[in-house]
Design a protein around this ligand. Structure first.
Ligand SMILES: CC(C)(COP(=O)(O)OP(=O)(O)OC[C@H]1O[C@@H](n2cnc3c(N)ncnc32)[C@H](O)[C@@H]1OP(=O)(O)O)[C@@H](O)C(=O)NCCC(=O)NCCS
Length: 81
């Protein structure tokens, strides 16, 4: 967690053999707890989609974050190259 802006700079990563065991959720909860203890009212994460629709990995990441009931908004930015 970036202590300057409370962004999860590299996102949450769990090694594949341990997926779907709520480890990612536990990490997210700990990050939130830490951020709150440091005075944050919200945290953020940025995901750069590989293509406009999103790859399977992008979808998995989005489903994971959405499953954790974000109360904040999801913003989508499109960058021109
Ligand atoms: C995304 C990631 C961190 C999830 O970690 P995890 O420990 O497997 O996630 P959890 O077990 O806490 O999942 C919680 C919920 O998220 C959703 N979810 C997680 N993985 C999912 C998947 N592959 N497909 C659909 N929903 C998924 C489910 O609702 C899940 O609850 P359920 O298992 O009861 O259905 C993990 O898949 C990962 O490391 N992916 C590669 C790295 C990555 O893309 N990270 C995001 C960077 S922005």
């Amino acid at each position: 967690m970036n202590i300057h802006n409370f962004n999860i700079d590299y996102g949450i990563h769990v090694i594949k053999p341990h997926w779907r065991r709520r480890i990612g959720t536990a990490l997210l909860a700990k990050i939130l707890e830490l951020a709150k203890s440091m005075g944050a009212s919200k945290i953020s994460v940025v995901r750069v989609f590989r293509n406009i629709k999103g790859t399977y990995s992008d979808m998995r990441a989005a489903k994971f974050y959405k499953a954790n009931n974000p109360s904040t908004k999801m913003s989508i930015y499109r960058l021109n190259d």
